[in-house]
Design a protein around this ligand. Structure first.
Ligand code: CTP
Length: 406
């Protein structure tokens, strides 16, 4: 059992006496299955050799923002995006000051600014430095921004003083990291999902649309947040409140939705396409309002829209892809066909028709993946969303374990 299997942890080491303990911390994280990349501040190398950490993590240790070889392998912004958790241990008074000020003096502070991943820091310094009002203020600023400070411990210090400032023992930090990832089954995971209808403009005032209310997608976004995920919701035009903790991007047309998804999906672990995307759009959009004149009929030529889900599923480095299928008949057969045709990891199918599906508050889903299926019976969309997210987590975990069989 490896509770941190596949988790991507950026371990920052700053220049404190306790830096030598970072080797033990890295070892404990690796033993639990985590992928650990180490970034040291330039003077941290005075306290622990990068080669030690390289041997433990199996990854090159980085300490410079301006190293062309490392930047070519994985640029610092890529590294910032890669991390699910930034863990700084030990965190010196200087690091806390820089992080609180938003400074980007070196690779580590730059990564802390560039990463959206949560930051845990284990302060380590002389007791007087920890008690100093400047450090107190920096610690409070960081905590107010959501940074979690682990410790420090109280006790004997390397300098002979006694008091608060000792770095927590590696085992205690390791235990907190385990807890952090256990909080929600998707803690640290990034999920992008689409919801609602799209509108395909005919002229400045008219559009082709559909009856999707967005309720199912919004309920899924809420259920994902409840499991600790970092959620980006790309929503077509719907009159629904944004669930707490969700990053929402509003779009209108299928092409807008495609662009918004591709801007967000690059680092996503999971993509869920819940939107009812228009398959076609008017070939031309009239610049001015169309006038009916004397015509009894109107012909509109339509052209195919890009398929957002298929395009995401075709990415070389792709997230776990979940699609939806709304069918009036032969639900299972059509859904299985779409699962295969679009190369998906899972599809959630429902029967739509009179009073079912789009505008209703209740729904039922048949969830299919390669090699299995589950029918989730009719229930509220919120309950259904929780059930679906459970299934996604199970399949996603199984797939991650199969890809990384350490
Ligand atoms: N989808 C998408 N982009 C599109 C069309 C659909 O991302 N341009 C996604 C939907 O969000 C949904 C799934 O693909 O997850 C639906 O598949 P699709 O084959 O488009 O469904 P229908 O339009 O109902 O297909 P058909 O008319 O063939 O039944």
């Amino acid at each position: 059992m490896q509770p941190l299997r596949g988790r991507r942890i950026l371990l920052g080491i700053t220049a404190g006496i306790a830096a030598y303990k970072a080797a033990e911390l890295a070892r404990l994280l690796i033993k639990d299955g985590a992928q650990v990349r180490v970034v040291m501040t330039p003077s941290a190398g005075e306290f622990i050799g990068p080669l030690t950490l390289q041997a433990i993590t199996g990854e090159v240790v980085r300490d410079s923002l301006f190293d062309p070889a490392h930047e070519a392998a994985m640029g610092h912004i890529e590294l910032a995006r890669w991390a699910e958790l930034v863990l700084v241990a030990p965190a010196t008074a200087d690091f806390l000051a820089n992080a609180a000020a938003g400074a980007a003096h070196d690779l580590l502070t730059t990564l802390c600014l560039a990463s959206t991943a949560p930051l845990l820091a284990a302060p380590a310094m002389n007791q007087a430095m920890w008690r100093h009002p400047a450090t107190r203020a920096n610690a409070q600023t960081l905590q107010a921004r959501g940074v979690e400070l682990l410790g420090p411990d109280d006790g004997e210090q390397a300098c002979g003083d006694s008091g608060p400032g000792r770095m927590l023992e590696p085992a205690a930090i390791h235990a907190r990291v385990r807890e952090f990832f256990a909080d929600g089954r998707l803690t640290g995971r990034r999920v992008v999902l689409t919801a609602g209808p799209t509108r395909e403009a005919l002229d400045p005032v008219r559009f082709l649309g559909n009856r999707s209310s967005g309720k199912m997608g919004f309920a899924i976004a809420e259920a994902l947040v409840a499991q600790g995920a970092d959620v980006t919701l790309v929503a077509g035009p719907v009159a629904l409140a944004t669930p707490a903790g969700v990053r929402r991007i509003d779009v209108d047309s299928a092409q807008d939705m495609h662009a918004a998804v591709f801007a967000a999906v690059r680092d996503a672990d999971i993509f869920i396409a819940c939107a009812a995307v228009a398959d076609y759009r008017p070939a031309t959009v009239a610049a001015q309002k169309l006038k009916k004149g004397d015509s009894e009929t109107l012909r509109v030529d339509l052209v195919r829209n890009p398929d957002i889900l298929s395009d995401v599923a075709a990415l070389a480095q792709r997230p776990f892809c979940v699609g939806f299928a709304a069918e009036t008949h032969d639900v299972a057969a059509y859904a299985e066909g779409k699962l295969r045709a679009k190369g998906l990891d899972m599809i959630a199918a429902n029967q739509v028709g009179v009073s079912q599906g789009f505008e209703a508050d209740d729904n039922a889903l048949l969830v299919i993946w390669p090699g299995g299926s589950v029918a989730l019976p009719s229930q509220s969309k919120r309950q259904l969303a929780s059930g679906l997210v459970e299934l996604i987590v199970e399949r996603f975990d199984a797939q991650t374990a199969a890809e990384d069989p350490r």
